[in-house]
Design a binder for this molecule. Sequence first.
Ligand code: ADP
Length: 383
Amino acid sequence: MKKFNTKKARVMIVEDNHVNAVYLKKVLCNLGYHIYHTSETGDDSIQYLKESFPDMPDIILMDIMFPGVMDGIDAAEYIMTNYNIPVIYLTSYSQDQILDRAKKTVPYGYVLKPFQKHEIKATIEIALYKHQVNIQLQKEKEEKEQLILRLKRLNDDLKHFIHGVSHDLHEPIRTIVCFSELLKNHLNDNQDKEIDFFINLIINSASRIKSFMNSVLSYTILNTTEKEFEWVETKDIFDHAVNNLNCMIRETQASIQYSLPMPKLYGDKNQLIQVFQNLISNSIKYCSQQQPEIKINVNESDTEWQVSFQDNGIGIENKYFDKIFLMFKRIHSKEEYPGDGLGLSICKRIIEFHHGRIWLTSEPGVGTTFYFTINKDLLKNNN
Ligand code: ADP
C-alpha cells in the first residue's frame, strides 16, 4: 500500500461556541496542524469555501447544532458531496436520531465534547488517512473503468475489422470457386488430368478460405451479453444440432444416443446449439471406426448442469488436453482431417460465458469424452 503523507494538515473549524473554538485552535496548533479558517455556522463555512475555491482545507471539524438554515449535518453533506473534503463531527449531542442522520452522511469521525486532545489527534489522523485511501481507490477505479472502456472500443474495432474483411472476401472467393468450376467443366472436354488437378486445388483452397473466414467470424461475433438467456429444452438443442449435421450423420451412419431425463438448461439457445454441434461433429470427424457412436448425458446438481459427449473416436493424447482449446490449435494436418482449429475455442468461449467449464478425458484409440458445465448462478442473477 502506498505511504500517505498526513503531516501539517490544514484544518477548518466550524464552531459557534467561541470558547470551544479558541480551545480547539490552541489544541490543533499544539498538535502541529495549520488552522485554515474558523466559521461560526454551516452557512458561513459553505460561503467561505465557495469564495476560497480552489484553495481548500484538508479536513473540517464541524459542530452539529448551530443557528442558520443549515445545521452541521446538512453543511457536512453539502461539503462532502461538492468539495470531497473529509468532515469530522464535533458535538455534545449523542441522541440516536442525530447519530442516525449523521451516519447517513458517512462522516470521517464523530468526536464528543468536551474534546480530549489525543482523541482529536487520533480521529483527524485516521480520517485523513481514510480519505487518502478513498481518493486512491477512486482513482484506481476510474483508471480501471477507462481501461475497460478502451478494451471494449478496441474489441469493437477488431470485430468491425474482421466483419469487414470477411464480408469483402466473401464475394471474390465465391467468384474464384464459381469460375474455377466453369473452367473445369469447359476444359473437361480436353481430358487433361493435370489441369483438372490444378483447378481442384484452386477450388479446395478457396473453399478452405471461405470456411476459415466463417469460423473466424462466428468466433468474433459471439454475443456476450446475457440478454438472450432463456430456459431451453436440452432435447430441442440436440434436435437442432443433429438437424444441422444431417448430411454428415447420414454419410457416416453415426449413431447418436442420449440418456433420459434431459433437464432444461438456462442459457443462450443458439450458442448452446453451436456447442452441441461442434462437439458432435468432432466426434464424428475424428473417428476411424466403421460407425461413429456418440453418447450424450446431462446431469444436474444444485449449482450446475453437466453435459457429456462420449465417442468411440481416435482419442487424444494427454499432452494436448489444454492446447486443443486454443484458437487455431490442431493436432492433425488438414489433409488427414479437415478443419480450422476454431471449433473447441468457440465452445470454450461460449461455456465460459455461461460461467461454466469445459474439459475432456480421453484414451488414444478408444475414444474421448468432452464435458461442460453451465452454472446455475446465471439463473439467480437474471431473476
Ligand atoms: P478443428 O476440428 O476445426 O480442427 P477444433 O477446435 O474443433 O478444430 O478441434 C481442435 C483439435 O482437437 C482437432 O484438430 C482435433 O485434433 C482435436 N479433437 C477435437 N475433438 C476431438 C475428438 N472428439 N476426438 C479426437 N480429437 C478431437
